[in-house]
Design a protein around this ligand. Sequence first.
Ligand code: SF4
Length: 621
Amino acid sequence: MQLASSALWALACKFEDMPSFTTCTSIDSCASKRLPIHTCEGNCGSRTRTVTDRDFYSSICPIELPFLAEERNRVTILFGGLTWKHERLIEGLLTGAGYLCKALPETDRRAHEFGKEFCASGLCNPVYFTVGNLIRHLRQLEDSGLSRADIIKNYIYFTAACGGPCRFGMYESEFRLALRAAGYSGFRVLSFSQDHGVFASTGHSGLQFSADFGWNALHAFILGDLLNGVQHRLKPFEMQAGATERAVAKAVSTIAEHFRTNCGFELQSIAPDFLLPDRNSRWYRFPNSLGKLWSHLYGDALTTVLPSAAQELHTVEVDWLRVKPVVKVIGEFWAQMTESDGNFRMLEFLESEGAEVSTEPISTWVLYLLHQQKARVACRQKMSIYTAPWTSPWKAITARAAALGKRMGFTLGARIYLHHFRRLAKLLSVPHPMLAPQEALSSLAAPYYNTFLRGGEGHLEVGKTLYYTQKKACHLVLALKPFGCLPSVQSDAVQAALVERLPEVSFLPVETSADGEIHAYSRVQMALSEARAKATAEFEHVLQTLHHPLDEIRSFVGEHPELRHPLNPIPRHAGITSTAANFLIYADHLMSRTLTEYATYGLAKHKRCSTILGQIRSTGE
Ligand code: SF4
């Protein structure tokens, strides 16, 4: 096998016009000559490799230098593709862990053209946008005076990868092929396989995940989700244009600075020296890791920084009485989240058209991965009557125990994540953080979409449409699908059938590509006018059921600044969708039942208000 691999590798190298076996003498020579490494005795450390299957596959995917620990202080990690909130937090996280890093600028149509030029044809849209963005940035570095060899030597790109059936599984190799076509052969693309979850590793000694790094990465994703949600929630109601974005940016900077400077829990900081075992022994490492776990999940790791970041958000003043249709944006992972030309800047467009946008957090995706793993184990467990029959009792018991252990592990993982999500939301004073339960999504989607079907968002798009419609959490579900995305085409087809069967489903699929936004905008505007009419009718209907007219409620709100507080926990009422209608009921209750008490105590800010409202609700009125 090895012989065959060597022969194939040699053949591949011949086509590539490269020497098949070479000895590199230093990292510089490797980077500049772009040679595959088999034996290296230079700066990159002495190591010898034989030609393996991996090398054979590397003829398709060019061999790159590894990213070594000693390169950390000179190699810059490039990354991108998330929202600016997530990216700034990740920047803080990587800098705090001792890496040089840089988030790529926002992708746009020009980047898409670069992607089209250097990638294969017929790929899905996010590939062109993300690959093109990287290549354009490398070109800009070159224009600033860096040589290609220096760029290859001093920069790496970090991305997520998976082995799934959709094109996401090929992203990593698409990056490499396009980089090679653009003249950056040997440029390092490091990937983090989401299939391996917490056990993932890049396989490069330079990028290693310590316990603190892992926990802070989790915090960065959750806090990015929460702040992104806050931004879209407050922006339509802000009294001063741009106040939300400025406040969110300051909150993000405060948290990113914490990631940059905070060292995390260390046993040696709380225990006297004479009690401490050797720092490299397991007697130190094990209790130290437990301490870190406790500090991140339940301790004081973020208890100071998050309330102070929340203070930045308090500066935004809002008018909750503006009637806005709620648009739930779902769709393909990247298309629904990006704030760039990749989805026609749809979130910004919706807000400019007077809608309240409800985005889907990345956390839903994380919980989906855990849920799917658990469902697969449960499915395999059912097959154990064939794979581990009771005729061999020991094998049968161990197989069942192993499956049970895995299921419990995934359940525990999801519970810890949810608990942590809610805890961070509370520390950041974000009211009602919403994460759709995976069991509900999967059972709602199951009659229409095979929940074991992998690729893209799987059954999530169908499940979310039904879930948010059933919960009356939006007036319109907008599904954003990148051009060329097969999983989203499947989901859209199912959802189109759902609209016919269930008239209450208000669903609009929009395909995004680099052009055609005029057509997309006009379709969205038409659907929005219907959603706006629904929101207005709902507001009028609620107004008729209240004890106070609108102008009295307005003047009550005007007298009480707490009711213009951006993080006011406005309770949601069953069947009422818009924020304005829910706020009307809330303010009316406060005026009717507790006006005197409310005025006396000044709400003890909005906490008191929640208590009062809790009492009102518990009486069933
Ligand atoms: S989900 Fe669709 S757009 Fe996203 S990587 Fe897969 S095929 Fe491409």
